[in-house]
Design a binder for this molecule. Sequence first.
Ligand SMILES: [Zn+2]
Length: 334
Amino acid sequence: MDRLRGNDRCWCGSGRKHKKCHGDVRVLQRPPVQLGAVSAPREVPAEIQRPDYVSVGSITTDTGYQVHTPEELERMRVACRVAAEVLSTTGAAVAPGVTTEELDAIAHEAYIERGAYPSTLHYGGSRDYPKSICTSVNGVVCHGIPDDRPLAEGDIVNVDVTAFIEGMHGDTSATFCVGALDVATQGLVETTREATLRGIAAVAPGEPLVRIAEAIEPFAASRGYSVVREYGGHGIGRTFHAAPHINHCITPGDSQRFETGMTFTVEPMLTTGVDSYRQAGDGWTECLVDSMPSAQFEHTVLVTDVGVEILTVDSSGRSPAGTLADLEAEATPA
Ligand SMILES: [Zn+2]
């Protein structure tokens, strides 16, 4: 596929070369994120239901396609609405000087208030994830652990929320801007949001899963961005991480098909530079090797009789990760 190159005219219509506009490395590049100190895991009141990997220490729920009865779907809607509300509440607190640890505390309180368990807390068996959200700053592609590093003006931070309530998990994330942002980094964030929504809009019953990647990868490439290949979306519902694996990059042999009633996530990560990364010593944080910024958005979606519905929205149908109505209103030429 054709990827926008440095000497091409920028995708934004400025008339400038890409490398002097949204692809300007001198503007995009920032120092590698220094990991800070991680505090003790937060407590969850005993009356809140735990997922199996916490209560019995292993995953006992089915890891196949998460297709729901009408009654299960109602519970799934609750988990997804709670996740969207926790994401909005936490995102509203993003500001220069705020630590990701403080964001974790705000999110934790928001889950508990709603009777939900933070799905990431003590997830991962022996790796035991210690926090209630993931916070991935700048060149951290995903799974950043909230710590005592204050956010700085011009940073971007992905906040990833998963709520477990009524026996169901709902998973959503958005990348938030810290204070005023340069236009190049802003372009990455806006493009990633649009790419996510375009991928979701391509879902329809009977169609192959590759429709999502076909909607995301060429669109990202047309703006000079790469899509991280190794991390995909996943089935979600009774089980946090279930089938199918959702590729955001076009993958030969990706022939499974969407079925009405399935729920899964769409969550592409876009990078401005190289898309190779390595894991930090904490066993979780995935850092891009070039420290250029990356962004990610995520929704849990439902395959309907005729198309797709985003489940991770608040009670008024809104989300910081955007909606299909937003996509219709804002779609830009690819
Ligand atoms: Zn531009």
